[in-house]
Design a protein around this ligand. Structure first.
Ligand code: C2E
Ligand code: CA
Ligand code: CA
Length: 268
């Protein structure tokens, strides 16, 4: 995997790679499971995109998404991600017999392009999936870029039963104000706070405060980046709703996802 910044001395021709990947279907989706603390059962997945370039190997989304946003290619890529991950969700629900959801990352540009609502709702309809089968993940940065337009789209999604979640909570700006202005369904506690949960008093205090606040506001909480049993244990004690991280399951291609409901992977 390329771990070098794209802007380093020998940059990858990233825009060519993005366009080639779109044209030649070098993108693929992987799915990371989320388990509920209350019963230890699989609840759903987060959809994460990968780019496997034949010339440059695996490129991380953290590297190519910002360039796809800048060039506008994120719109076409976002459409593909929504369609592919909901098609795969349909398979996962049929195979498992569970009412699983798919949590999809939406870039601010997709909101600004104006068709994200129509596209998601049409794809749900094409796949014959209920609105409750999809959750959208947005970052704080996305919300503050165009609050009035995003607010309208938000309302439309929620009126139709699609949940909207705040990703990387606590790492952006204006978090508390956003909670007041938008009717958010849930928060994802960022990995950077979870990392030090069992070793740093400050991180413990921040996580407990986020969870207590979310509970009082009636919001659900997923902790992400959970890698160790002590982190898992503390999150469970604090009343966190769901867990996502390498401890309970790494991002996995569709054909390997059945492990997540066939084996009990939940450690508590
Ligand atoms: P994110 O939305 O915060 O996604 C979580 C990232 O944390 C994923 O990295 C996931 O593989 C990683 N992760 C999960 N659990 C653990 C853990 O226990 N330990 C560690 N070290 N990492 C963990 P990934 O897949 O490389 O994605 C990076 C970022 O790229 C995402 O951060 C998201 O901002 C963006 N991204 C990924 N897929 C998509 C997509 O389909 N659409 C959009 N717009 N952005 C995406
Ligand atoms: Ca996310
Ligand atoms: Ca995140």
């Amino acid at each position: 995997m390329n771990t070098q910044p794209i802007t380093s001395a020998a940059p990858l021709p990233i825009l060519d790679i993005i366009k080639e990947a779109l044209a030649k279907q070098h993108y693929q989706m992987v799915y990371q499971p989320q388990f509920g603390f209350a019963d230890g059962r699989l609840k759903g997945f987060e959809a994460l995109v990968r780019c496997q370039s034949p010339r440059f190997g695996m490129i991380s989304p953290a590297d190519f998404i910002p360039f796809a946003e800048e060039s506008g290619d994120i719109i076409e890529l976002g459409h593909w991600i929504t369609r592919q991950s909901l098609l795969d969700l349909k398979n996962l629900r049929e195979l498992s017999g569970l009412p699983l959801y798919m949590s999809i990352n939406i870039s601010p540009c997709q909101f600004q392009a104006g068709d994200v609502y129509e596209h998601v709702m049409k794809t749900l309809m094409d796949m014959n999936l209920p609105a409750s089968a999809v959750k959208l993940e947005l970052t704080e940065t996305a919300l503050i870029q165009n609050p009035s337009m995003i607010g309208r789209t938000f309302k439309a999604f929620q009126r139709d039963g699609v949940q909207v979640w705040l990703d990387d909570f606590g790492t952006g700006f204006a978090s508390l104000n956003l909670l007041r202005e938008f009717k958010i369904d849930g928060l994802k506690i960022d990995k950077s706070f979870v990392d030090g949960l069992h070793t740093s008093d400050d991180d413990f205090t921040i996580c407990s405060a986020i969870i207590a606040m979310a509970q009082r506001l009636g919001l659900n909480i997923v902790a992400e980046g959970v890698e160790t049993e002590p982190q898992m244990h503390i999150l469970s004690q604090l009343g966190c709703n769901s867990v996502q991280g390498y401890l309970t399951g790494r991002p996995t291609p569709l054909d390997e996802c059945s492990h997540f409901w066939l084996e009990n992977r939940f450690i508590n």
